[in-house]
Design a protein around this ligand. Sequence first.
Ligand code: FAD
Length: 342
Amino acid sequence: MPPQRGCTNPGSHRFAGPFGRLAFRDRARHDRPPSVNPLVRVIPAFFVRLFARPYVAGDSLAKAMEVVQRLHRERDLLATLDLLAEDIRTEEQARSNLDTYLAMVDAVAASSLPPAARPTLSLKPSSYTNRPLHEGGDGTGSLAAITAIAERARAKGVAITVDMEGRQWTDFTLDALHKLHAAGHTHVGCVLQTRLHRTEQDLKTLPKGIRVRLVIGIYREPAEIALVDKPAMKERMLSFAEQLLRAGHYVEFGTHDDTYVRRFLGEVVPRTGVGKDRYEVQMLFGVPRERFLADLRRQGVTARLYVPFALSWSMAIQYLRRRLDEYPAMVWLVTKNLFARR
Ligand code: FAD
């Protein structure tokens, strides 16, 4: 288990929320997300923490596991657990992220949840290198770390998903997935972003039977290589999901747009004739979709939340900035809640 930073009384300060104990090491030089709206990029880190905190499950692995268990007990939802670990500057940070992921595998395997309800783990290749590809580095350490996690996860019966990051990582990530599957790591799933034009080809050359999370993609990409129109990205989710289902893949339909979830379930699934064991719907923890998810569960559709937790704010801030960039209205929702609790 990696060392966890000191805690006095989490949650004791109304505005610090559950993250009062997080070490605040946000340094200006670290805080430069490559693909976020310039306006969101200049919001001071303190406000990012405040407004984006509903998206984070807690400040320790133990708390994140409690959230996962509660989601299952109270809402019959599955989870995929993610350590917010971006913007790595030192080999020690990279090593510590690997150690935390190995501890996550052990914690999931030891959990009291029934095996089918145990969370999967989601991870980002950039978490294990201080030479990230999106800054011109060579990604040293990423493949070895992902392989080590995949090996431990296979031994313990835990499924993992390799998230998809910005365009600089696409080839690297898909190559890694091919290598892992060639080595028998069929418990490792991938993510495809429908905004990228290349995805149309990529989905035809995936490892056979690999589990695929389909999303529009959160990273802003240039118009030469990607769609910039959201409805068009979502239309592609439907056609790509159909191709993936027909090709025998398990599809994880990742969107909060209920119109497209309904169209996936009402149009795509019946056309392909696959059963409920071939797909699931995924959303992010913190996005208010309780009623819709409850409806899906009543219909017997598997639903999973992506549950991030953080051990250090400096490594969480970029994820949170992307969430605010994607949904600035969160600022008003959180402000309203703060005053409502007074
Ligand atoms: P939107 O049009 O953005 O959202 C639809 C509606 O949902 C909005 O109108 C709003 O009401 C609500 N909503 C959306 N986002 C928020 C929010 N943050 N807060 C509150 N309400 C909101 N992207 C990657 O590039 N790589 C990945 O590996 C990746 N993994 C993901 C895993 C999961 C489980 C999910 C759900 C998303 C993931 N994403 C990933 C992000 C994804 O690409 C989209 O950026 C994100 O899902 C928003 O797009 P949307 O399809 O929900 O549509």
